[in-house]
Unconditional design. Structure first.
Length: 109
């Protein structure tokens, strides 16, 4: 048995969990924050038997898309009286970071 830990963009999480549930997988969603932009993510924990891992990974891949977004960079440390005009920067967001971990024992109570 494997524990699949997927860190996905908050915008992709609901659709991913829905597709996992339709296929009969149970999932636990934890709201997390992190990354370069410190934006909302969802960490999704999925338990799967070894032969089903590839199917789960395919569902994650199909459900989590990268996209570009414009953000304003943090202002630099400036002297009083200086003016800082931020220029939006285009960054890539979304996708998924996935860890597959071995599970020695599993219990459901």
């Amino acid at each position: 048995m494997k524990l699949i830990l997927s860190i996905v963009n908050r915008d992709d999480s609901n659709a991913l969990v829905d597709s996992l549930m339709r296929r009969g997988y149970r999932a636990t969603v934890i709201s997390t924050t992190g990354g370069f932009l410190r934006e909302g993510n969802a960490t999704i924990l999925i338990g799967a038997e070894d032969p089903k891992v590839d199917e789960v990974l395919q569902l994650v891949k199909e459900g989590c898309h990268t996209r570009t977004q414009f953000v304003n960079p943090l202002p630099p440390v400036m002297e009083p009286g200086e003016l800082y005009m931020p220029t939006p920067v285009e960054v890539q967001v979304g996708g998924a970071t996935v860890f597959v971990l071995n599970v020695d024992t599993f219990h459901r109570f």
